[in-house]
Design a protein around this ligand. Structure first.
Ligand code: ADP
Ligand code: 5GP
Length: 188
């Protein structure tokens, strides 16, 4: 049986990882499936349950932690939980999966599946640019932007624990770098 390969793109919120992941998912040559995480945050406009995330209440999320249903989970922001359900991997036998998860979660996947996993850290050009992208995205309150920026400073310190670091300055240029890394890893 062919072993699945796992691609982890992790980055501070607002760096552009969802944009990059969505572009990779459109590449028929890569044939990637998205690992749908569970979260206790509310959906943004345009986000669908079962497509972007499995949206759970905090109580439902905690129940699943107690039932050991998560491969990994993190309280990414205070009182807001995110995690990868074991069922996502069970449903993906022989498929290559791409994860859009936080830095600690990404490193945990690598620890669990070292030979099957490629980790790429998407670095924002600067904290100011990160803030400006989050503001332009128009999805977060001022408070939520502050929390994300504060966390970003700690996350950037962990970048060198990843297999590769790609700066997302000019989207097309960064995307080409990420595409090459993923394509090589899948076909090696
Ligand atoms: P993340 O998933 O890391 O939170 P997003 O993919 O949602 O980030 O990107 C945050 C915002 O920045 C979005 O509005 C997106 O269109 C924009 N963006 C992504 N990459 C770039 C880039 N290279 N240059 C400028 N804006 C970008
Ligand atoms: P957002 O609220 O912007 O969608 O995500 C916030 C952060 O949570 C991002 O860094 C995102 O990658 C991370 N995240 C999403 N899903 C998971 C997951 O399953 N596990 C972990 N550990 N982090 C996740």
């Amino acid at each position: 049986m062919k072993k699945s390969k796992f691609i982890v793109l992790a980055a501070p919120s607002g760096s552009g990882k969802t944009t990059l992941v969505n572009k990779l998912l459109k590449e028929s040559k890569l044939d990637l499936s998205f690992s749908i995480s569970a979260t206790s945050r509310s959906p943004r406009t345009n986000e669908l349950d079962g497509k972007n995330y499995f949206f759970l209440s905090k109580e439902e999320f905690i129940k699943k932690i107690k039932n050991r249903e998560f491969l990994e989970w993190e309280e990414v922001y205070k009182d807001t939980f995110y995690g990868t359900l074991n069922s996502e991997l069970e449903n993906a036998v022989e498929k290559n999966l791409i994860f859009d998860i936080d830095v600690i979660g990404g490193l945990n996947i690598k620890k669990k599946f070292p030979n099957q996993t490629l980790t790429i850290f998407i670095k924002p050009p600067s904290i100011d640019e990160l803030e400006s992208r989050l503001k332009k995205r128009n999805s977060e309150s001022e408070f939520s932007i502050k929390i994300r920026i504060n966390k970003a400073k700690d996350e950037i310190l962990l970048a060198d624990k990843f297999d590769y670091v790609v700066e997302n300055d000019i989207l097309e240029k960064s995307y080409n770098k990420v595409f090459k890394l993923v394509n090589n890893f899948i076909n090696e």
